[in-house]
Design a protein around this ligand. Structure first.
Ligand SMILES: Cc1cc2nc3c(=O)[nH]c(=O)nc-3n(C[C@H](O)[C@H](O)[C@H](O)COP(=O)(O)OP(=O)(O)OC[C@H]3O[C@@H](n4cnc5c(N)ncnc54)[C@H](O)[C@@H]3O)c2cc1C
Ligand SMILES: C[S@@+](CC[C@H](N)C(=O)[O-])C[C@H]1O[C@@H](n2cnc3c(N)ncnc32)[C@H](O)[C@@H]1O
Length: 643
């Protein structure tokens, strides 16, 4: 899964050059001008995005990001630009941030855009990376990986396409005719395409994919360039991609003011939605999100399994979100400057070492350390070695939820328990036990944890898993500099409180803090820190909460299923993919965050907002499908067990 970073040199005239491909990154006759003429004008931009709510540009070969910077700059200076611009780009060899900055320095006219791109430049990790610009109006989704692997998995229709690999003769992988057929699969009606090459094989492949191809005078020394319009024959035009239906009524009610609900509120509000957040309790963060501090860290598996890939998304997107909120002036209480993940035993430690070696991850993401190095990093002697995650750490959820709600400008209706939801004339009404309407909107989002299935059943049980935290004065573990996780976790908060957690019980229904669970937490501490076997300070205080866990450890994020329709269609649906399950209109879930609310919340908010608003998704289609709330209904229907 290691990505090979770009190797970049200069030609005599200063043009960035890739020795491994024996080709230049852009025309020696001028990079920005080439981008404007070949790629933007070739797609009739900016004219074609005028007046559009969402417009999507797709690029093969992100490289230095020059085409992106020019597009961003054009969008910024265009008074009739589309409301939201999505730019999706594939890249196999990401540049280092330093190389990027060196290349960008050649274009002072793009300095502002370049600085914004460099500031958010992701770690070289495979998969999708979503970056936001200009308050979120422009979104860049970078897909790091080999085009042959990642393009067929993309499910995002484009309006304009820039084909910009190195020259076909030098970089044939980028121009395989079979691969270029993806252009036809992903082109939205009326889509256009542009490239600098006029190679016959490329023209033929595009024509076969349903494009009308035209040769125009080329840029600089090039004789010709290519533009194309998607105009497939009738038999070919049935669109493989389901374009998400979107609503023009940008009003939503969200039930639940925990991590899940607050994050969705903020992401929808960034798209101009008016949000009402309803909670049964008198204040936000009153449910499981009331933990004083929780951890945020990656998950590694030797085969980079689906869960690890999704957690990678969640982790990176959460970090970026927290930075964005903090930069916007919201006071967050948390620290993500390193965290230790201690092995449970010798066998586990050996497994961690071999997984790290096998994955070859960038050290800024995760690295294996032996016991003495890991202990030195955290400031206390640990029982074993394990992973060091340099960007991981902890967060006080209440401060994050407050920041998200404030940023969203949501109307908060607290002390209001939703008894039922009813849909009248396209509006979802949240109704209390007295039959009064609390609020109504075209879209309803259930972020109310265990109570959600009562309001709109989805046939995937959420287990109630009780957990207890123990709170001690920070002096109980002197010297601890960073959060530590393993058989238990320990975090020192900003107000010098030591948070120790946490128990995990599916049987215990008590919401009272118990002495037995404190004892269990303290005993687990002994397994992390051998020199601190008997931390006892009295009186002990703590917190209990109930996680909403799923059997497959993945959250439920997306449109909620219509169980009646699934039941009546029955076996007709059995062979279908989960995204083809019938849905109830306008009702969505952000549920089942289990023990990872801090990790799923930001990504879940962006995924749901993208789905609802009809935009490209922030994650690979198979990963979105794995979190689909209809998966339980599909499985149970196939097994003949749908209640
Ligand atoms: C002990 C413990 C330790 C944990 N440690 C971590 C950790 O280290 N890292 C991490 O990422 N996660 C951790 N978690 C998990 C994390 O706390 C949860 O995943 C997260 O808080 C779930 O957020 P939520 O918004 O889905 O649910 P909640 O925070 O429970 O919010 C649901 C809200 O819905 C409201 N509600 C319910 N029904 C209704 C209704 N009918 N009408 C109106 N309102 C309603 C509730 O009042 C509540 O406010 C821990 C959890 C526990 C219990
Ligand atoms: C001409 S450069 C792109 C320049 C870029 N569009 C810009 O504006 O700066 C071609 C890019 O394609 C990338 N590339 C080459 N082979 C690839 C592959 N198999 N999959 C994905 N990207 C690839 C290269 O790493 C390089 O960054």
């Amino acid at each position: 899964m290691t990505l090979t970073p770009a190797r970049i040199t200069r030609r005599e005239d200063g043009t960035p050059f890739a020795p491994d491909y024996d080709d230049v990154y852009h025309s020696s006759d001028g990079g920005p001008a080439q981008a404007r003429e070949v790629f933007l004008a070739g797609n009739q931009l900016p004219a074609r995005w005028a007046g559009r709510a969402v417009f999507t540009v797709f690029e093969t070969g992100f490289g230095l990001g020059l085409n992106f910077l020019v597009t961003l700059n054009t969008w910024r200076n265009d008074t009739s630009h589309c409301e939201r611009l999505h730019y999706i780009a594939i890249e196999k060899h990401p540049l280092t941030r330093t190389d990027l900055a060196t290349c960008h320095a050649a274009w002072p006219e793009l300095a502002e855009e370049a600085a914004a791109q460099q500031a958010q430049w992701p770690l070289p990790l495979p998969g999708h990376h979503r970056l936001h610009f200009f308050g979120g109006a422009v979104t860049l989704t970078l897909v790091f990986g080999d085009i042959a692997d990642v393009w067929p998995q993309l499910d995002m229709p484009f309006d304009a396409c820039y084909l910009d690999g190195f020259a076909p003769a030098r970089n044939p992988d980028m121009w395989q005719p079979a691969l270029l057929r993806q252009c036809g699969r992903l082109a939205a009606p009326g889509a256009t395409l542009a490239t600098y090459t006029t190679a016959a094989a490329v023209r033929h492949a595009l024509t076969a994919a349903g494009f009308n191809v035209q040769r125009l005078p080329g840029y600089g020394r090039k004789r010709h360039r290519l533009t194309a319009v998607f105009n497939p024959p009738a038999w070919q035009s049935a669109h493989a991609i389901a374009v998400t239906p979107k609503t023009d009524a940008r009003q939503a009610l969200i039930i639940g003011a925990g991590l899940a609900g607050a994050a969705v509120a903020e992401r929808l509000a960034s798209r101009g939605w008016q949000i009402t957040v309803i909670d049964a309790l008198p204040a936000a963060a009153g449910g499981a999100s009331g933990i004083r501090a929780g951890l945020l860290h990656p998950h590694l598996s030797p085969d980079d399994a689906l869960l690890s890939r999704l957690i990678r998304h969640g982790f990176l997107y959460a970090l970026a979100t927290w930075k964005r909120l903090s930069d916007a002036g919201h006071p967050l209480s948390g620290r993500c400057d390193g965290m230790a993940h201690v092995a449970q035993n010798q066998l586990n430690e050996a497994g961690m070492a071999s997984t790290a070696a096998r994955l070859g991850l960038p050290g800024e993401y995760a690295q294996f350390m032996d016991r003495s190095a890991l202990s030195a990093s955290c400031g206390l002697s640990l029982n074993a070695g394990g992973y060091w995650y340099p960007q991981a750490g902890w967060m006080a959820p209440a401060t994050l939820i407050e920041a998200l709600l404030k940023q969203s400008g949501a109307n908060r209706l607290f002390n209001c328990r939703v008894d039922r939801l009813e849909q009248h004339a396209g509006q979802w009404q949240a109704i209390n036990a007295d039959g009064a309407v609390i609020a109504q909107a075209a879209v309803a989002i259930l972020a109310n944890s265990h109570d959600a299935a009562r309001l709109s059943p989805f046939a995937y049980p959420l287990q109630r898993v009780r957990g207890q935290l123990t709170y001690l004065p920070g002096s109980a573990l002197p010297g601890l500099r960073h959060a530590v996780a393993g058989p238990a976790y320990a975090v020192k908060t900003a107000d010098d409180m030591l948070v120790i957690g946490s128990t995990y019980s599916e049987e215990d229904e008590s919401s009272q803090v118990s002495a037995a669970d404190h004892a269990a937490n303290l005993a687990m501490m002994g397994k992390l820190f051998p020199d601190h076997q008997n931390i006892v300070t009295a009186p002990l205080s703590g917190f209990t909460g109930f996680r909403a866990a799923t059997a497959d450890h993945l959250p439920l994020i997306g449109a909620l299923p219509d169980l009646d329709a699934i039941r009546s269609l029955g076996l007709e649906l059995a062979g279908q993919a989960v995204d083809n399950m019938p849905r109830r209109p306008g009702i969505y879930g952000a549920l089942g965050y289990g023990s990872r609310g801090l990790l799923w919340a930001a990504m879940g908010g962006e995924l749901l907002a993208s789905l609802i608003h009809g935009e490209p998704l922030p994650v690979e289609a198979p990963l979105a499908a794995a979190m689909d709330p209809a998966r339980g209904a599909l499985r149970r229907m196939r097994q003949g067990e749908l209640p």
